[in-house]
Design a protein around this ligand. Structure first.
Ligand code: DOR
Ligand code: ZN
Length: 429
């Protein structure tokens, strides 16, 4: 058995926040005891983690990662992606479908489900909404769901045809699966990845305006209200979009939204300082947008914190602003960015912050995860809320395209436990 003693258990689902001892047997939580329980009850052969001064929380769930397999394994593969997830405190991740080939067929999805079996964390897959991400014809959503797709998305490529989105929502509603949407109308975009305005002008690109996001957010919320489909507005970046989601949520419970650490931590100014490392779709925007996202997190307009972990190679990111791909890695810095920029400044309590990484994403994807309870799964993260560290250049991820390298952050993952096994520890154990 594995014991965690004297940790501060913060479990948003049960609203627990107390110091206790936790006992894990195989892949389950066998018991939760008052402090002292571990010393009294443990047996000689048991392992013990001393979590004095540390937080013990449900293993985090990321609803939005890119692990690049198949097709782009020079950027990341499932093994390195899963290792990055474990290092970041995640025990469940949901992979987007923009691989090569796109996950729009049974063969690719079956391959990915097989690959996921041996990973240290739970790696789940979405499948594409439209064949080849072309936005023209729906995939076989029934067949793909039966093979294990937990949701559907054309993430990375916005769907232009409203009728196709409507059709997909009707099917998703019938299948009881969520759809997640990348909201940027290409018709209004000069170039992807940098907010349109003084910063895009300064770096010599046309840029992507917030209105390109706003129009599709409004459209898809309206379609979700009409169809009853469960939807997730991905990586919301515009203050107006936050307001649209807030208004639409008041009309129906099936609308959800995610924000990324980069969008609540940085503004477009980062592009001037960090160059292509800060190029991301949708782009980092203004301070007013960043503050609106924080307000959205506070009042639960935004339900999830998702990384959009998007690894790219050094060579690709060394290209100029027009040619370098958009995206940044995020799994290994998300917890610390949230603690540093949301919890420590007093925007969110620790439990409220963790809600958006545990119980909320578990509910959207119907997962038996995201909470700590006797008899439940032993998926946990143990972290220091106070320890500071500086983001270095080496990551468990195959990639290192992070604009946060060199930043000193507060909050450090100490252990990640998945299925009762220690899959990451920051020191020797
Ligand atoms: O910046 C981004 N990169 N946004 C996306 O939606 C896709 C991602 C990628 O796959 O690189
Ligand atoms: Zn996206």
């Amino acid at each position: 058995m594995l014991w965690i003693k004297n940790g501060r258990l913060v479990d948003p689902k049960s609203q627990t926040d107390r110091v206790c001892d936790i006992c894990i047997e195989r892949d389950r939580i066998a018991g939760i005891f008052s402090p002292g329980g571990a010393d009294q009850k443990h047996r000689e052969e048991d392992r013990m983690i001393d979590a004095q001064g540390l937080v013990v929380a449900p293993g985090m769930i990321d609803v939005h990662v890119h692990f690049r397999e198949p097709g782009f394994t020079y950027k990341e593969d499932i093994e390195t992606g899963a290792a990055a997830a474990a290092a970041g405190g995640y025990t469940t991740v949901i992979c987007m479908a923009n691989t090569k080939p796109v996950v729009d067929n049974e063969e690719t999805l079956s391959y990915l489900r097989e690959r996921a079996k041996d990973m240290p964390v739970h790696v789940l897959n979405t499948a594409a909404i439209t064949k080849g991400f072309k936005g023209e014809e729906l995939t076989d959503m029934i067949g793909l769901k039966a093979l294990g797709a937990v949701g559907f998305t054309d993430d990375g490529v916005p769907i232009k045809d409203t009728a196709i989105v409507m059709e997909a929502m009707k099917m998703a509603k019938a299948l009881n699966v969520p759809l997640s949407f990348h909201e940027e109308d290409p018709a209004l975009i000069g170039s992807f990845g940098v907010n349109q305005g003084p910063v895009s002008a300064a770096v010599g690109v046309e840029g992507a305006p917030a209105v390109a996001e706003d129009v599709l957010v409004a459209r898809d919320c309206a379609l979700a209200l009409s169809t009853g489909a469960e939807i997730d507005i991905q990586h919301i970046s515009s203050g107006t979009s936050v307001a649209i989601v807030r208004a639409m949520k008041a009309l129906g419970k099936n609308i959800h939204a995610e924000a990324t650490p980069q969008h609540f931590s940085l503004t477009e100014e980062a592009v001037l300082e960090k160059g292509t490392l800060a190029r991301v779709n949708p782009p980092l925007r203004t301070e007013a947008d960043r503050l609106a996202i924080i307000e959205g997190l506070k009042d639960d307009t935004i339900d999830y914190i998702a990384t959009d972990h998007a690894p790219h190679s050094r060579e690709e990111k060394e290209k100029d602003m027009k040619s370098a791909p958009s995206g940044m890695i995020g799994l290994e810095t998300a917890l610390a960015l949230g603690i540093t920029h949301l919890v420590k400044p007093g925007h969110l309590s620790l439990s409220h912050f963790l809600e958006k990484l545990t119980v909320n994403p578990a509910a959207l994807y119907h997962l038996d995860a995201g909470h700590v309870a006797v008899g439940g799964k032993a998926d946990l993260v143990i972290f220091s809320e106070d320890e500071t560290w500086t983001v270095g250049e080496s990551f468990k991820s195959k990639a290192s395209n992070s604009p946060f390298i060199g930043d000193t952050l507060q909050g450090k993952v100490k252990f990640t436990i998945c299925d009762g096994k220690i899959v990451y520890s920051d020191g020797k154990f």
